[in-house]
Ligand binder design. Structure first.
Ligand SMILES: Cc1ncc(COP(=O)(O)O)c(C=O)c1O
Length: 407
C-alpha cells in the first residue's frame, strides 16, 4: 500500500506555508525535496563521522571511507550494475555526461564520426557533445520528435551509420514527460551498428522506475542525487567496464593516482581514476540514504499514485480555455508542461506562487525542444512522491485565479 499521509510526514518542508498558504510543491523535476532521513544522515555524518576518505589510518577516516564505499555498493545494487567499479561518483548528471564525452574524445572519436542525440534532450545532453564535436570535427544528428512528443524511431535506420559512435538520449523527457523505450532503441541501434556506445540520461527516469543497466544494455547511465530526494552536488555515472580502459581521466588531482613523479603519473584503476580530488563525501552518503528510502516504497504503488496524479491533473488542466499541453505520449511520467494562449508563463508562475503553488516556468533547459514546438516559455508542473490528488485541484484553482487577475 502507498500511504501518502505517512510519506508526507517524512518531508519536513511540508510544514511551512508560502504567502500564508500550505506549500504545494510541483517542481520536483527540477529538484526534489528531502525526507528527514536524508537530512539526518547528512547531519549525523557531519556531526560524528566526518573525515576525508581513502586517506587516513585513523578511525574517523576509516568510518567515512566505509560509508562512502558502502554508498557505491548501494548504488550498484540500485541500478543492478555488475561491478562496483562501474559506479563513478560525479557532481551530477551534467558532469557525468561531460566526463563521458571528454574522456572518450581522443580514444573513440575520429574526425567525420557522428553522434546521435534526440530533439528532446536537456541542454546537459546537447552542449557537451557540441563542445567535443567542434574540437574533433564530428557531426551531430538528432532523432526528431512527433507532435505527441514521441521519438520518430522509424528514422533510426537512416540516422545510424557506420560512423555513429555514440547515441546519447534521455530515458524520460524533463519537458514532455515522455518515457522513451530505451531498451528497444538500444537493441535496434546495436543491430544497426554493433560498436556504438549508448548513454542514457536517467536524471528524470530514475525517480519513477527501477533501473537495470544490464537489462537495458546501455554503456553509460547517468543521474543526479538531488532529483532522487538526495542532496545537491552529487551524481552518478554508470560506465560499463568494457569502456574503462578507453576512457582517459577527465580531471587530474589527488585520489586518482597510483604513482606520481615529476615527469608522469600512473593512474589508479576505475572508478578512482575518474574521481580526482576530495569527493562530495556527505552528498554520496546522503544519496545512499535516499536510495534506501525510495527502495523501501513499493514501486508499483508509487507508479500507480503518480499515474493518478498525472491523469487527474491532465484532465482538469484541459478544462482551462486556451491551455495546450506539450507532450501527450501514452508512456508519460508525472510531468505536465503547458502554455495558456494570451498569458505569459512567468506571470502565471508568479501568481501561482501567491497561492503557495511552486511551478517551473521558462524553457526548462531544452531550447531546441521549445523551438520544435514553436514556443519560448512554458509552465511545468511536476509531481513527486509527496504530492496528493488535492495538489492537482489546488494547481488548477490557482491557475483559474491567476487567469482572472491577468485577464
Ligand atoms: C533530463 C535531464 N538531464 C540532465 C539534467 C541536468 O541535471 P543536473 O543539473 O543535476 O546536472 C536535468 C536537470 O533538470 C534533466 O532533467
Amino acid at each position: 500500500m502507498f500511504d501518502i499521509e505517512k510519506i508526507r510526514q517524512d518531508f519536513p518542508f511540508l510544514r511551512q506555508t508560502i504567502h500564508g498558504k500550505p506549500v504545494v510543491f510541483l517542481d520536483t523535476a527540477a529538484s526534489a525535496q528531502k525526507p528527514q532521513v536524508v537530512i539526518d544522515a547528512v547531519t549525523e555524518s557531519y556531526t560524528n563521522n566526518y573525515a576525508n576518505v581513502h586517506r587516513g589510518v585513523y578511525t574517523l577516516s576509516d568510518q567515512a571511507t566505509e560509508k562512502y564505499e558502502g554508498a557505491r555498493k548501494t548504488v550498484q545494487k540500485f541500478i543492478h550494475a555488475t561491478y562496483f567499479e562501474e559506479v563513478i561518483f560525479t557532481k551530477g548528471t551534467t558532469e557525468a555526461i561531460n566526463l563521458v564525452a571528454f574522456s572518450l574524445l581522443d580514444t573513440l572519436f575520429q574526425p567525420g564520426d557522428e553522434i546521435l542525440l534526440t530533439e528532446m534532450e536537456h541542454h546537459a545532453n546537447i552542449v557537451p557533445w557540441q563542445l567535443i564535436a567542434k574540437r574533433k570535427q564530428l557531426t551531430i544528428k538528432y532523432i526528431p520528435v512527433t507532435d505527441e512528443g514521441e521519438l520518430m524511431l522509424d528514422k533510426l535506420p537512416s540516422l545510424v551509420t557506420k560512423k555513429t559512435k555514440m547515441l546519447a538520449l534521455t530515458h524520460c523527457s524533463n519537458v514532455l514527460g515522455t518515457i522513451n523505450p530505451v531498451k528497444a532503441i538500444i537493441q535496434t541501434v546495436k543491430e544497426l551498428c554493433p560498436d556504438i556506445a549508448v548513454l542514457v540520461d536517467g536524471a528524470q527516469s530514475v525517480v519513477h522506475q527501477r533501473i537495470d543497466v544490464v537489462e537495458l544494455d546501455c554503456d553509460f547511465f547517468v543521474f543526479s542525487a538531488h532529483k532522487l530526494y538526495g542532496t545537491t552536488g552529487t551524481g552518478v555515472l554508470y560506465a560499463k567496464k568494457k569502456w574503462h580502459e578507453m576512457m582517459m581521466p577527465y580531471q587530474g588531482g589527488g585520489d586518482m593516482i597510483k604513482e606520481v613523479s615529476l615527469q608522469e603519473t600512473i593512474f589508479a584503476d576505475a572508478p578512482y581514476k575518474f574521481e580526482a580530488g576530495t569527493p562530495d563525501i556527505i552528498g554520496v552518503i546522503g544519496l545512499a540514504k535516499a536510495i534506501e528510502y525510495i527502495s523501501a516504497i513499493d514501486i508499483l504503488s508509487l507508479q500507480n499514485h503518480e499515474q493518478q496524479l498525472l491523469d487527474k491533473a491532465t484532465q482538469m488542466l484541459k478544462t482551462i480555455p486556451g491551455l495546450k499541453i506539450l507532450g501527450e505520449s501514452k508512456h508519460k511520467a508525472s510531468v505536465i508542461t503547458f502554455i495558456i494562449e494570451g498569458f505569459h508563463a512567468n506571470d502565471l508562475g508568479m501568481l501561482l506562487d501567491l497561492s503557495g503553488v511552486c511551478v517551473r516556468t521558462g524553457h526548462h533547459c531544452a531550447q531546441p525542444l521549445m523551438t520544435r514546438f514553436g514556443v519560448k516559455s512554458t509552465v511545468r508542473a511536476s509531481f513527486g512522491i509527496y504530492n496528493t490528488l488535492s495538489d492537482a485541484d489546488k494547481l488548477v484553482s490557482a491557475l483559474n485565479k491567476a487567469i482572472k487577475m491577468l485577464a
